[in-house]
Design a protein around this ligand. Structure first.
Ligand code: ADP
Ligand code: MG
Length: 224
């Protein structure tokens, strides 16, 4: 019942997460986070990395583990939040929404960075983060490095203020590995030709440089 109320996009647990596919991830650290002690301290978790590496899976798993521990959890994508804000402005219930989103002990905000935030949504997100600061935990996932947040919210001062509060009591987990989704597709042969045809003018399409391509992607997440 509580799992349904949390609005997860899917329900998956940590036991369904293949840690051997992401060897750089510290499994012990993730398992410690699954004890949900971080919620008791009002701490946040930031899961960063390119698409398909398991950010949403891990966020949901930690949410499910928290629910098992009797903690209230709500899941939103940032895009959902932008839609809600637009609707709530029309219906004059933004304050009520803010109040409601401060209630769950753990709020999961998925996919920060996929959609740009308009000014009103960015301000709403800032107020939400500020209100929850040291009181209610947030798990946030993003494909953007912190340095890119200014572009996402189109306001560098606001982005810095958000990050200041989010990061003060927090754990950041950078997932640098390969996309699980693409691995499944590769296994099915969908990307076979892409890897098999080296094109001289485009070295990144040769099999050897595919790995370098990956580290290029990952270097965006270095030194966050
Ligand atoms: P992201 O949010 O980083 O884009 P997801 O968490 O949505 O990626 O993962 C994409 C799909 O691959 C999901 O179905 C997820 O359960 C699965 N997945 C990703 N990483 C793993 C993993 N290490 N072990 C098992 N399943 C995984
Ligand atoms: Mg995701």
């Amino acid at each position: 019942m509580k799992t349904r109320l949390a609005r997860f996009p899917f329900v998956k647990t940590l036991d369904q997460f293949d840690f051997s596919f992401q060897p750089a991830l510290n499994e012990a650290q993730i398992r410690e986070l699954a004890t949900a002690r971080f919620v008791a301290h009002g701490e946040n978790i930031l899961l960063l990395g390119p698409p398909g590496v398991g950010k949403t899976h891990l966020a949901v798993s930690l949410g499910v583990a928290a629910i098992m521990g009797g903690i209230s959890v709500v899941f939103f994508t940032v895009a959902d939040l932008v839609d809600l804000v637009q609707q709530d402005v029309k219906e004059d219930r933004l304050e009520r929404r803010l109040h409601a989103l401060c209630k769950p002990k753990l709020l999961i905000l998925d996919e920060m960075g996929y959609v740009p935030l308009d000014q009103r949504s960015a301000q709403f997100l800032f107020r939400l983060i500020s209100r929850r600061y040291q009181k209610g935990s947030i798990i946030l996932t993003s494909n953007k490095s912190y340095g890119e947040w200014g572009d996402v919210v189109s306001d560098y001062v606001l982005a810095t203020a958000m990050l200041d509060r989010l990061l003060h009591y927090s754990t950041t987990i950078n997932i640098r590995g390969e996309s699980y989704r693409l691995r499944e597709k590769r296994k099915a042969g969908v990307f076979h030709d892409l890897g098999a045809k080296p094109v001289k003018s485009s070295p990144s399409s040769s099999p050897k440089t595919q790995g370098e391509g990956q580290s290029e992607i990952n270097s965006r997440y270095d030194g966050l």
